[in-house]
Ligand binder design. Structure first.
Ligand code: DGI
Ligand code: FE
Ligand code: FE
Ligand code: FE
Length: 185
């Protein structure tokens, strides 16, 4: 599948602002792939499909997660965390993209996890810093993403944890594990 075909599929699935976000994530991820030496077409495909399940009803997302024996803890956390894992399944089984690294990049793009691959890091950061986003601390992460992807990840995961705690929202364990993992030597 090439990127034009992928964009066409996703434009039908998530037309509107979510599609515009997706295009910006793909552009941002492509630049990071070039900078950090990841396969560019694989990166662009993962970016195009990262929010594939974003607009689906949460009941369907929950069913996909339980039917496919994904992390059972997910259902006890905010439904915002479900579109990544469910999207990974759908992109594999409906679209037929059979690449474990792309699967995991989609699966973990909201929370991160310990031991992220280069592709997973690129998609996580591209989603966070794409030019349509604007919130406190973002300029620092954009600057770090230009020079050191792991430092950008540390900062963005830390910001997300702070943001969730400030809102008195639970933090999914993978997010903490991703953050702690970034300090390992
Ligand atoms: O789908 P997007 O909006 O492009 O971005 P995303 O998939 O990264 O989702 C971001 C949202 O997910 C944001 O509002 C923060 C929230 N989030 C990230 N980690 C956690 C979380 N929410 C909870 N409850 N727990 C987490 O660990
Ligand atoms: Fe998302
Ligand atoms: Fe994100
Ligand atoms: Fe996104």
């Amino acid at each position: 599948m090439n990127r034009e075909q992928a964009f066409t599929i996703v434009n039908e699935k998530i037309a509107g602002p979510r599609y515009e976000h997706t295009k910006r994530v793909a552009e941002t991820a492509e630049k990071l792939a070039v900078k950090y030496g990841e396969d560019v077409e694989k990166t662009v495909l993962a970016a195009i499909f990262h929010d594939y399940a974003k607009l689906l009803p949460v009941d369907g997302l929950r069913k996909i997660i339980s039917d496919h024996q994904m992390d059972p803890r997910l259902v006890d956390y905010h439904p915002e965390l479900w579109h990544g894992p469910a999207g990974a399944i759908l992109v594999r089984d409906e679209i037929g993209i059979d690449d474990l690294d792309i699967f995991n990049a989609i699966r973990y793009h909201t929370t991160g996890r310990a031991g992220m691959s280069l592709l997973e890091k690129i998609i996580y950061i591209a989603d966070y810093i794409e030019p349509g986003r604007q919130f406190d601390g973002l300029d620092e992460v954009r600057m770090l993403a230009d020079i050191d992807l792991d430092k950008a990840l540390r900062k963005s995961l830390g910001n997300t944890i702070k943001f969730l705690i400030d809102k008195s929202t639970p933090v999914f364990p993978d997010t903490f594990e991703a953050y702690n993992d970034m300090f390992k030597k």
